[in-house]
Write a protein that binds this ligand. Structure first.
Ligand SMILES: [Ca+2]
Ligand SMILES: [Ca+2]
Ligand SMILES: [Ca+2]
Length: 424
């Protein structure tokens, strides 16, 4: 059986991260704050550029990181034994490196459900189901059909829940590390004490307050780099700052707590990415600047007002303060119940590695940031919405009343809201 180590971290962020953030803060404090508060570069800024104010060493790490993000790993370099893609940029590619991708890149997640508890399929360490590779010997999980894995309807007699994920863009997400726990907590209203129908909660299913992933299941960029390395590409790694580990002779990839080494037995010595390279990869995501909004026209200005009046801003909070100034991402980084249609029934426990917790995030999703949103069709966690309008129409649960108010607008007013979104 897969073994999962609970990992006890407290405070706003993990200790390793705290050190890294401290370094970043020094950089930021010496950096100039331009008017575009979200940290995009100077007048020549292009999507894909780093945030401003990096030192020469950090810029170099960012560029090396971009090359690693685009690098296609080969089996001889550790790709697999199970994988969905050969590089990060296989998925994070549209409109350029760091972005999203079409439905064809969707991957599957699955959990066995038994007596209210969810756990990964046999032979997997988390909910992410790889599409390619060589199943471990004697696999109870997978058959191959036309070179692709087949997800069983039952495993060990337990029903299997299946859902999909569509790539979300990562421009600017590094800034979420710099939003304080207190800020995130201040917008939460888990019992809806103010009675407005909106009851966001922060995700502590994985320990510290989550910020990353569509269920806010992960708390820092290092973990959300090591997890896709492992889960999407089969590339093992050691934590950037090092930690004690699990040694196993099992042919299966081994589950670990968020900061422990990952290992597999594909014949390529672990870790399959050097610590220096991992640091560069983390630097790329951490320093990648957010998209820049376009100058608003009248329609966008009217749409912005309607977006506020309707109450979209109750979840899509326009701006969160951070240690490097306002982060204009239009998210509260909280989980919201989005109703039975959007619900995928899947819990995320420890960040992408693990078993679920009792708290459960089954019908909940993190308010998806809206900066740069028009570049990222299709929309919603599984890409089921082709247009921005469809994405809004599919809001349910806590957002149902506000969604109905949107539908009750005149066509011209709805068009103004879309125009506003297209300018972010
Ligand atoms: Ca490997
Ligand atoms: Ca409320
Ligand atoms: Ca290996």
């Amino acid at each position: 059986m897969v073994k999962v180590l609970e990992q006890a971290t407290g405070g706003s962020v993990s200790r390793g991260l705290a050190a890294a953030v401290a370094v970043l803060l020094v950089v930021i404090h010496s950096a100039c704050h331009d008017e575009s508060s979200s940290g995009g570069g100077g007048p020549t800024f292009e999507l894909g550029d780093p945030i401003q104010g990096l030192s020469a060493a950090e810029s170099a790490a960012f560029e090396r990181g971009r090359a690693l993000f685009e690098k296609r790993f080969r089996p001889s370099e550790g790709l697999g034994p199970l994988y969905n893609a050969t590089s990060c940029a296989s998925c994070h590619s549209t409109p350029r490196t760091g972005g999203s991708s079409g439905l064809y890149r969707n991957f599957y997640i699955a959990h066995r459900q038994f007596a209210g508890i969810q756990s990964p399929l046999p032979d997997l360490i988390g909910p992410i189901v790889p599409a390619f590779g060589t199943p471990p010997h004697g696999s109870a999980t997978f058959g191959l059909e036309g070179g692709r894995f087949v997800i069983p309807k039952n495993a060990f007699g337990q029903p299997v829940l299946v859902a999909q994920r569509n790539t979300v863009p990562i421009f600017g997400v590094g800034l979420f590390e710099l939003v304080s726990n207190a800020t995130i907590q201040s917008n939460a209203d888990p019992e809806d004490a103010d009675g407005d129908g909106i009851s966001g909660r922060f995700n502590t299913d994985g320990g510290p307050i989550g910020r990353f992933g569509v269920k806010a299941q992960s708390n820092n960029i290092e973990r959300f780099t090591r997890a896709p390395l492992q889960n999407q590409m089969g590339i093992t790694s050691n934590a950037f700052l090092g930690a004690g580990g699990i040694v196993s002779a099992s042919p299966r990839p081994q589950a670990t707590g968020g900061d422990l080494p990952t290992s597999d037995a594909d014949g390529v010595p672990d870790p399959e990415i050097s610590t220096a390279d991992l640091g560069d990869l983390i630097a790329f995501t951490r320093f990648l600047a957010p998209p820049r909004r376009k100058p608003f026209d009248d329609a966008a200005r009217r749409g912005e007002e309607l977006f506020g009046d309707l109450g979209c801003v109750k979840c899509h909070v326009p701006s969160l303060p951070s240690s490097r100034g306002p982060v204009d991402a239009y998210t509260d980084l909280l989980l919201h119940e989005m109703g039975p249609d959007l619900s995928d029934g899947i819990d995320f426990g420890l960040p992408q590695f693990a078993f679920s917790s009792a708290a459960g995030s089954r019908d909940e999703f993190r308010t998806q940031p809206l900066w740069g949103v028009s570049m990222h069709a299709p929309f919603l966690h599984d890409g089921r919405a082709e247009t921005l309008s469809e994405a809004i129409e599919l809001h349910g649960g806590e957002a149902e009343t506000i969604r109905d108010d949107f539908l009750a607008l005149t066509p011209a007013e709805r068009a103004d809201i879309i125009a506003f979104l297209e300018h972010l």
